[in-house]
Design a protein around this ligand. Structure first.
Ligand code: NAD
Length: 437
């Protein structure tokens, strides 16, 4: 669904047909009580807005409709009309048509199109644009009093992450649900494993290593009529100001699991090694193709993230967590490999169900809204994003960065005004020369 040719994120990230079948079955058995809208009572509707109609946004919309028979996709927005058209075609093939209410006047285009979605009467908004836009869009959604599903990562720079923290706090105060796309937090094997770790089954965590090793992402070759802004937006995952680079955009999932194992403990400092030996050409922008980030905690223990997007290399997505009482292991791409091997006693392996985590995110979000028990992922979604930014900037600069230095960073990425037209040539960082600011 995305223009990208290799998976950037856990598999099955987009449309799930089972979600549609389930929603359709539930909707078909719903009682017909007046007033009705299709088979859905008007006063039972939860109106959903979608901002960012690409692969994940379309998939998340299908998940939202599958989560709640009263959910209705009410308004959508994107910067490109062709993405809206493609999204609607895919929705029509994959979702219950009675849950799609998108007349032309509720299809909005442009950088500010989110404002029109928020003003259209939606109850819930899905934020699935690239992460460079997330802080401003999340702020707006919470200020407008909407429940939110927002994709990961949450920001591309520290000031942006702070705006996300403030918005998450405001959501809590307003009793709004805020669920993040850090989807492993909604995956049953990982919940069982990390639950055991947080329960003390491994003793004290002493070391961890998480991998996100995959191939390069596809490109959209430049067309003569495209401005710099259109060119970069259509290749956004190759531009740091929009994506945050591969460690923030993609490997943040693995950073989040390192963070999960330590129960959101802040690392005191981070050392990074990184480069982009296999990237060239304007479409490849300024992002690197590999990072190692070594997070050090107050007790001297370390958690290490390695990530890579290079062709013809071995791929892997695993977490190893060592504790004073044993070793835990999980392979995110092979959910039957989730185990704890204690130094003494019986080993444990996950053998329960593995429901689609993308569906679970929305099932739990809509349940929380219906029951008036708001969920709020704010703490870990902000900290895992900050840790990813820390690893990126440690890699870019070649310097050790402390948490305090990180939190004092004032660097904001990207243009101050979003408009179609020219953009400065991206500057590729050089470790040892690039300064942290
Ligand atoms: N949780 C996961 O496993 C997972 C999987 C894939 C993507 N993602 C995340 O989802 C987000 C979107 O990724 P994608 O793969 O769907 O990308 P995509 O390119 O397929 O879709 C992004 C869409 O946003 C639109 N857009 C860009 N800027 C916009 C703006 N300012 N306002 C409105 N629309 C705008 C683009 O035109 C595009 O249609 C990213 O943050 C990505 O990291 C998460």
């Amino acid at each position: 669904m995305s223009d990208r040719t290799s998976p950037t994120n856990p598999p099955a990230a987009t449309i799930d047909r089972r979600a549609f079948v389930r929603a359709a079955a539930v909707a078909a058995t719903a009682p017909l009580v007046s007033p009705v809208w299709g088979t859905i009572r008007a006063d039972d509707r939860l109106k959903v807005g979608l901002v960012g109609c690409g692969g994940r946004g379309t998939g998340a919309a299908v998940n939202a409709l599958g989560a709640d028979p009263g959910a209705v996709l009410w308004a959508i927005a994107d910067v490109f009309p062709d993405r809206i058209d493609r999204c609607i075609t895919q929705l029509e093939e994959n979702a219950n048509p009675e849950q799609i209410a998108l007349p032309p006047e509720r299809r909005f285009v442009g950088f500010d199109a989110i404002d029109q979605v928020l003003a259209s009467g939606v109850d819930v908004v899905i934020l699935a644009t690239p992460p460079g836009f997330r802080p401003a869009q999340l702020e707006k959604a919470v200020a407008a009093g909407k429940h939110v599903f927002c994709e990961k990562p949450m920001a591309v720079d520290v000031p942006g992450a702070k705006r996300v923290m403030a918005a998450a706090k405001a959501a809590k105060e307003k009793n709004l649900s805020l669920v993040s796309g850090f989807c492993w937090r909604y995956s049953s094997p990982e919940r069982a494993l990390y639950g055991r770790i947080l329960n003390g089954d491994l003793g004290e965590v002493t070391a961890a290593h998480s991998t996100y090793h995959t191939g390069p992402l596809g490109i959209s070759p430049r067309k003569p009529e495209w401005s710099d802004m259109e060119f970069q937006l259509r290749n956004w995952w190759h531009f740091n100001w929009i994506s945050g680079d591969i460690i923030v955009e993609q490997a943040c999932h693995s950073v989040d699991k390192l963070n999960w194992a330590r129960n959101n403990e802040q690392p005191v400092r981070c050392l990074g090694l990184a480069g982009r030996g296999n990237r060239s050409g304007p479409e490849r922008g300024d992002v690197f193709d590999h990072f190692t980030a070594i997070y050090e905690y107050a007790d001297g223990s370390r958690s290490i993230l390695t990530c890579r997007q290079q062709a013809n290399c071995s791929n892997d997505n695993t977490d190893w967590i060592a504790g004073t009482k044993g070793l835990a292991f999980v392979n995110g791409w092979a959910p039957n490999q989730t185990r704890i091997e204690p130094t003494s006693g019986t080993a444990w392996a996950y053998s329960g169900p593995t429901p689609n985590m993308y569906q679970v995110e929305h099932d739990e979000l809509f349940k929380s809204i219906r029951e008036g028990r708001p969920l709020n992922d704010g703490d870990f979604m902000a900290q895992s994003t900050l840790m990813s930014i820390m690893g990126r900037d440690a890699g870019y600069t070649g310097q050790m960065i402390t948490w305090e230095e990180l939190m004092n960073s004032t660097q904001t990425l990207g243009p101050s005004v979003l408009e179609w037209g020219p953009l400065p040539e991206p500057v590729i960082p050089v470790p040892g020369k690039t300064r942290f600011s």
